[in-house]
Design a protein around this ligand. Sequence first.
Ligand code: ATP
Length: 201
Amino acid sequence: MKLGVLGGTFDPIHLGHMAAADAARAAVSLDRVLFIPAGDPYLKAGTAISPGEDRLAMVRAAIEGHAGYEASTIELDRPGPTYTEVTLAELQEAHGPDTELHFIVGADTVRDLARWHAPAEVLSRCTLVVMGRPAQGGLDLASLDAISPGAAQRAVAVDLDVEVSATEIRRRAAAGESLEGLVPVAVERYIREHQLYKEHA
Ligand code: ATP
């Protein structure tokens, strides 16, 4: 089985994430995609992050009715900083050797990867499926080879140009602007009903 793994802060999940999952699924024929909200994204320390229950609820609302898409609480349930390397190890253990993990990331995440905990182990545990994000500087896989020689060659690059970011959505929500076309309708409703991102005003 080919299992896609899309991890993120998801504060909130948006149509860029949905497009990334769709594009990765099509590019490498994924059977399922797991959306995994981060428990404690320590690299975003200093940034206020919405409670895990809100981020998970928005993920669930976004993927409802999408066959093959599932939310996982594996990182929310684990205490301490969220290390992707541990998540991938746990998923491999849970799903067994016949499951191939495909870790779906944006190009900006590739540039950050060297700063992560155990980046070489992350790369050894999965096939990286990288989405180009032109407005975020485009795709440069060469940095992967500095972490693990040959990793750039093993990664799958997918063209995607959906310039939506959670940062911009939080700004718009705080300013009372419409989120139409940026997040799934159910997520926009959740943000409104739970008055999220008001403090960014
Ligand atoms: P923020 O603006 O708060 O930093 P974000 O929009 O980048 O958030 P995250 O939850 O941090 O969202 O992203 C999770 C993963 O999805 C990362 O690998 C990121 O690169 C990727 N991603 C986010 N937005 C897009 C997009 N528009 N296109 C492709 N990939 C994306």
